[in-house]
Write a protein that binds this ligand. Structure first.
Ligand code: SF4
Ligand code: SF4
Length: 160
């Protein structure tokens, strides 16, 4: 998964301007992000992927893996996990003892990636999910961005 647009690094600033009437809109966006995750989880379930849950892929530095997240997902994550944790190493700050401590909130990239899965199927699912997040941004005039997790969490942390 590669970054396509990292120009707007902090959509949360946009969404938190003082007196911003978008706050209700943001809660609608969050509700729809949750629906997209439910759709994604059902798609993944039907793929019957093999995962031991070892958590090694959340240590990006060692695993040689990058995770990119979209702006509506970052909004959803930060609305439900305040304040967001800063990412200062190559390891996701939400991983503890190789377990995800933010499982219900985890990003689409976390849900879709499986080291033993068919790349073609994974890429297709990822494209479909991104299309849905872009459509959501268009619907609510929310700035779309797609950025690496460290950049996303580090700039989100500054918003709180
Ligand atoms: S949010 Fe959870 S699943 Fe995603 S990278 Fe972090 S620890 Fe791993
Ligand atoms: S996808 Fe692979 S590396 Fe990641 S938790 Fe599952 S088995 Fe471990």
């Amino acid at each position: 998964m590669k970054s396509k647009n990292s120009k707007r690094c902090n959509p949360l600033c946009h969404s938190r301007e003082s007196g911003n009437p978008r706050l209700n809109v943001n809660s609608e966006i969050c509700s729809q992000v949750s629906e997209i995750y439910a759709w994604l989880d059902s798609q993944i379930k039907s793929m019957n992927v093999d995962c031991s849950g070892c958590g090694k892929c959340c240590d990006f530095g060692s695993f040689g893996h990058k995770l990119f997240v979209t702006s509506p997902e970052l909004l959803y994550f930060c609305e439900n996990s305040k304040p967001p944790k800063k990412m200062s190493t190559g390891v996701c700050p939400y991983m503890e003892d190789y377990k995800c401590t933010a499982r219900d909130l985890r990003f689409s990239g976390c849900r879709i990636f499986f080291c033993k899965a068919d790349d073609e199927k994974i890429n297709k699912l990822s494209e479909q999910a991104i299309k849905k997040f872009k459509k959501l941004c268009d619907k609510y005039n929310f700035p779309y961005s797609y950025m690496e997790l460290s950049a996303a969490l580090n700039c989100a942390e500054l918003s709180f």
